[in-house]
Design a protein around this ligand. Structure first.
Ligand SMILES: Cc1ncc(COP(=O)(O)O)c(C=O)c1O
Length: 399
């Protein structure tokens, strides 16, 4: 899915210049991918989608048949996802939950709370008494578990096994879990344990992480129904064809569930579910030479697609040549083999991809940046420089 799918390509080429840039999502491709992911996982494994990766209602809905629920990490996501996919199970995670957010979650009847600290547990217990008297509230304390053998060293974003604001050290989580199991908080039901330790891990590493979390949780000697081992399956922006090995991951998780037949395992990926279904499409405005390098300036930029700037990669892309040049002035064209693709912002950081092989690139040609379906538009600084916002297109052959 690195090159635009035929439907996306047709849409990119059919839009006028004024309709670019645009985010174009192939929902059919998303469904096929999500079905493959679901099919690779054992039945005993629940799949939640981490909505923070891309909370567009069309994306949440398209994923509906393949996921068991959604992980939300703010009051905003809670309200938004609760409306977009009403009635589906939600797990409310994230550090620094406010009293208002917890009240909203209790009123909304959120199925699970991922508890990040002792303070949060006490706040939840107090608010549950007030807002939801008589109702049992399911909690999963979040643990920041160290991993053996530098398991997280290769991750792109590690939030576990080292000092972070996420979850609790095992020495703090354990007494909380025991207290909950002993009924110290009568309204709170200990449902299980949650851990999300890193992003960008390969299947074998993810299996090892899941094994460590499960063995820590089950080793506590407390009855736990669920262990959520988080998301963080890698997406390789440098080599987009190299995909997370869901089959190997599913096989590894199956071995784990065989050893713990009464335990529900849950995973909550975001990026690896939706990254591949989205493209950010734009057109080349100008081609320039600067100190021995060639630059193409495209409509839009990293204020719409911040992913390459935050992660420090070149966003994979394809050039879609356009023959027509409707203007009376000359058409700028590249003279070298490799061109750096920059946006319209007044900062040298506004680079989408460096030294892309794009010989003969001309103003007016279209460029489709791939892997733009996750942590793309929704993490970008849209208002910087007040350029127009992109269009949004959700292509759905099956709808
Ligand atoms: C608690 C939690 N779960 C799941 C995810 C999803 O991670 P990814 O998109 O890397 O799969 C994140 C991402 O930050 C997270 O913080």
């Amino acid at each position: 899915m690195t090159r635009p799918t035929p439907a996306v390509r047709d849409r990119v080429l059919s839009l006028s210049s004024a309709e670019l840039p645009a985010y174009i999502y192939d929902l059919g491709a998303l469904r096929i991918h999500a079905a493959t992911v679901r099919g690779a996982l054992p039945e005993q494994v629940e799949l939640y989608y981490a909505a923070k990766a891309n909370p567009e209602p069309e994306i949440l809905t398209a994923l509906g048949p393949y996921v068991d629920g959604y992980e939300v990490a703010s009051g905003g996501e809670l309200a938004h996802v609760g409306k977009a996919v009403a009635g589906r199970p939600l797990a409310f995670g994230g550090p620094g939950k406010t009293p208002d957010e917890i009240i909203a979650a209790l009123e909304q009847g959120v199925e699970r709370f991922h508890v990040e600290s002792r303070h949060e547990l006490l706040m939840l217990a107090g608010l549950a008494r007030r807002v939801a008297p008589g109702r049992r509230v399911a909690v999963l304390p979040r643990v920041n578990l160290p991993m053996a053998d530098d398991l997280l060293a290769g991750s792109s974003l590690s939030m576990g096994g080292r000092p972070t604001p996420f979850g609790m050290d095992p020495a703090r989580a354990e007494p909380m879990i025991r207290q909950l199991a002993d009924g110290a908080f009568p309204q709170l039901e200990l449902r299980g344990v949650h851990a999300h330790l890193a992003s960008g891990l390969e299947a074998a590493e993810q299996v090892a992480v899941a094994g460590s979390v499960v063995s820590w949780a089950t080793g506590l000697g407390v009855r736990l129904g669920e262990v959520n081992v988080g998301g963080g399956m890698y997406v390789d922006y440098g080599d987009p064809e190299r995909r997370f090995d869901w089959a190997a991951y599913g096989t590894g998780l199956a071995r784990l569930t065989e050893r713990h037949p009464r335990l529900t395992l849950r995973i909550e990926p975001g990026r690896a579910l939706t990254a591949y279904c989205g493209w950010y499409a734009t057109e080349v405005l100008d081609v320039k030479h600067s100190h021995g390098e060639e630059f193409a300036v495209v409509r839009g930029g990293t204020h719409h697609l911040r992913t390459p700037a935050t992660k420090g990669h070149d966003q994979p892309c394809s050039v879609l040549p356009v023959d027509a040049w409707p203007h009376p002035w000359p058409r700028p064209a590249a003279e070298s083999e490799r061109i750096t693709l920059a946006g319209q912002l007044c900062t040298p950081k506004d680079v989408l991809a460096r030294r892309v092989p794009a010989a003969a690139l001309r103003a007016g040609d279209r460029v489709a940046f791939a892997l733009a379906g996750a942590y793309a538009w929704n993490i970008s600084h849209h208002d910087f420089l007040m350029h127009p916002r992109p269009g949004f297109h959700f292509l759905d052959a099956t709808a």
